[in-house]
Design a protein around this ligand. Sequence first.
Ligand SMILES: [Mn+2]
Length: 545
Amino acid sequence: MLNTLTRFIVSKVGRKCSLNYSPSIERCGAKSLSYCNHNNRLSSVLSRRSNFIAQDRLTTATEFSLSVKMAATWSMGPGTLEVPLSLFATNRRRLAEKLKPGQVVVLQGGEDINHYDTDVQYVFRQEAYFIWLSGVREPGCYFALDVGTGKGHLFVPRLPEEYEVWMGKLLSCNQFKNIYGVDEVHYVDELRNVLKSLNPDVLLTLSGPNTDSGLTAKEAVFEGIDEFKVNNEILFPIIAELRVIKTPAEIEVMRYVCKISSDAHKQVMLHTKPGLMEYQCESVFLDHCYRVGGCRHVSYTCICGSGDNAATLHYGHAAAPNTKLIQNGDMCLFDMGGNYAGYAADITCSFPANGKFTEDQKLIYEAVLFARDAVIKEAKPGVMWTDMHLTANRAMLEHLKKGGLLKGDVEEMIKNGVNGILQPHGLGHLLGLDVHDVGGYLPHCPPRPEGPLARLRTARRLQPGMLLTVEPGCYFIPRLLDGAKNNPSQAQFFNWDVVDKYRGFGGVRIEDDVLITEEGVENFTFVPRTVAEIEDFMANGANFK
Ligand SMILES: [Mn+2]
């Protein structure tokens, strides 16, 4: 929550870059600054309000004293990764290479969003395509890439002088240019005129389906766009595909955020014990990611399920906010990932709360680990992700059969959907700027499978440079078990006297973040994984490297 002073400031001036002027500004002056999300109206409204507008102080003494050296990198300070701004320039170059001179890409960045009818805003996270192209972290911006010249043009909101009193120094265009390492910076109210001066044949805007959310990418809109020829179909499949294959610089950021997230998970394991609340473990993760790793955000709501909560796949949301007391004998399933420079980690550790596996826990855990190992061993370029899913399922079912939970032929189990009872989710997903990253089902890729594999977030053939999660799991979900028990074609494969003992057990998930290399996979996750490693680490702390 914002404190009172900050709320007052926000009520006076608004958050940087989300500023917009309500029509009532003429009557009320600066106090009527508001946050309506109509940035496309910004230019015309602002141009009529010149008395409120800070001038571009490019030539003033203040500008001179504020000038900063051209930054080559961005970081969160000592000990955190220096991300080269060339990472984003490389992304722009890769995109320009796929397009034609005369085309100008126009993206609109994210905007601040208010909580209902108050002046408090949701924590801002930049829209992922916009970060990919620009590296820009703040709201209210546009970005244009002129394919013919290869130049990137950033457009920032023109902010009122009052901003400087409440929110911090007003930066000139030149300073933005230095901070983000882009070729040109202008104000948003200059967007139309600058684009006109580029004399484009066509503007390319972003519009396409996100196959995970079911939502459509937010297409750029601005005043005057109807004066241009606009195509909103060319860009989406090209830029989404470029995001799937990571560059060496992106891979370094992913390696870093996965390492920080791994270390944070290890801190959680050392801290966890019966008698703590689940959210106290969550807070250890958040603390390490931010305090040590400079991760201002995590990539998704932390899932900290203990005991039977571990069978709730996306536990941790507002209706189930990690508020159970951890009991002796519980398994913990903690799925958490930091976010650095926009890039996401997504790691799950499962372990006994008291640091020592029971025989029952060991059986389920090792079945899942066996599945993970099978995938890590077989995944390489050319392999279908759907086949990896089934490889994991087979390995797990074999192990559970050996352990006495299941009986019969494993292939018959899969034909009858037993794998989907115990692991209702897909093996894993693409990972990058979004935790469920884009590009799973692009037009040139295999379509979403029918039937039991439909839950997979991609059915693609693996290629070097892809980053994916490998996250097999085994859960005892009452609703699904009851369904299987009442379905003779599935019920026949379960030893119900054994399986019913596991009701209330929860579940196990093991989730690694891996890079597909020329030879196979490189695992970016460094946490204790075997039963022996986990027990030793939880008992003796720092032994695990
Ligand atoms: Mn995941």
